[in-house]
Design a protein around this ligand. Structure first.
Ligand code: ZN
Length: 315
């Protein structure tokens, strides 16, 4: 008996990892069974213009149709709503001369009903959005996503923010309508044929983005992801957002706050494909200007201090 207990305790982390038991309520425990979750290349991060570097090699990324479109299916995984798009598209132009990345699925991260300011995983100038969509793709060097996800740069994920709008987003509506049929875990349903991922994201939007090396934002947190987070958000109405907040997990609890807090960027470099003048959103421009102003003040104060010091020495 004692031996059985000891054996169970010894292998418990492996069992937990293998069975994929984790929740957003115990994020601090993720690292116990998943050593990568404690790594130095973790995601999400706070995307700050003043800490990023313009890289002229970052060109517009785009989606190319792969096969005649099949109907996509959406599933309630207990953690998110996931739209499986296997074989529908490839993502091109991730880096100069890089291979194509095959689109596997899209899924969403959101907050909860009493707070429209939280929900996204990445932050933009310290600000969260109410919803973030992730388009998960894998390198065409691999035959499936499982093999790709443990290899450096095996995955490329595109993050897209959503901001609240008074008008519903018609391109998102087929997904929203499907959510009503997957309220319980493991339920799945086809998404109407009109759903068009390319039209939802919009080609132009894929030219302005932040780029960094990071990880999966859920266990096992593999550090194999080339992150592309688009600068310009999409729109979503309150009613559309509410449909996500109505999904339930295995315990029949509302699926809420499905975002991991931002991680340290550490020694990593954050790149961007755009200049300050390409930022259209006033709120974001103001935040960047404020930070610039703050940095200038600090510099000025340092210069004044040096000047006073020199005067004192001269006397
Ligand atoms: Zn995600």
């Amino acid at each position: 008996m004692l031996q059985l207990i000891l054996t169970t305790l010894l292998f418990l982390p492996t069992i937990i990892e293998a069975s994929g038991i984790w929740s957003y309520e115990n994020i601090k425990q993720w690292r116990r069974g998943n050593r990568y979750c404690a790594g130095n290349l973790q995601s999400p991060i706070d995307l700050r213009f003043n800490r990023s570097t313009f890289d002229s090699r970052l060109k517009q990324v785009y989606l190319e149709d792969r096969y005649p479109p099949e109907q996509a299916e959406i599933v309630n995984s207990g953690h998110t709503a996931q739209l499986n798009l296997k074989n529908h598209f490839v993502l091109k132009n991730i880096a100069p001369g890089s291979e194509d990345y095959k689109v596997e699925q899209i899924h969403f991260h959101w907050g909860h009903a009493n707070n429209d300011n939280n929900g996204s995983e990445h932050l933009l100038e310290g600000q969260a959005y109410p919803l973030e969509m992730h388009m998960v793709t894998y390198s065409s060097w691999y035959s499936n996503i499982k093999d790709a996800m443990t290899n450096t740069r095996g995955l490329a994920v595109v993050g897209v923010f959503f901001e609240l709008s008074t008008e519903p987003n018609p391109f998102l509506q087929p997904v929203v309508d499907a959510l009503a049929h997957i309220r319980s875990e493991h339920q799945h349903t086809p998404v109407r044929k009109e759903f068009n991922l390319k039209a939802l994201i919009g080609e132009d939007r894929m030219a302005r983005y932040y780029r960094y090396d990071g990880s999966l934002t859920t266990p096992p947190c593999y550090e194999s992801v080339i992150w592309t987070v688009l600068l310009d958000p999409l729109q979503i109405s309150f009613q559309q957002l509410h449909a996500f907040r109505y999904l339930h997990d295995a315990q029949a609890h509302v699926i809420a706050n499905t975002y991991r807090p931002v991680q340290k960027i550490g020694t990593r470099k954050l790149f961007r494909s755009f200049h300050l003048q390409d930022i259209h959103e006033d709120k974001i421009r103001r935040l960047i200007m404020k930070e610039n102003h703050g940095q200038c003040l600090t510099l000025n104060m340092k210069l004044i201090a040096i000047f006073i010091c020199l005067l004192t020495i001269a006397q």
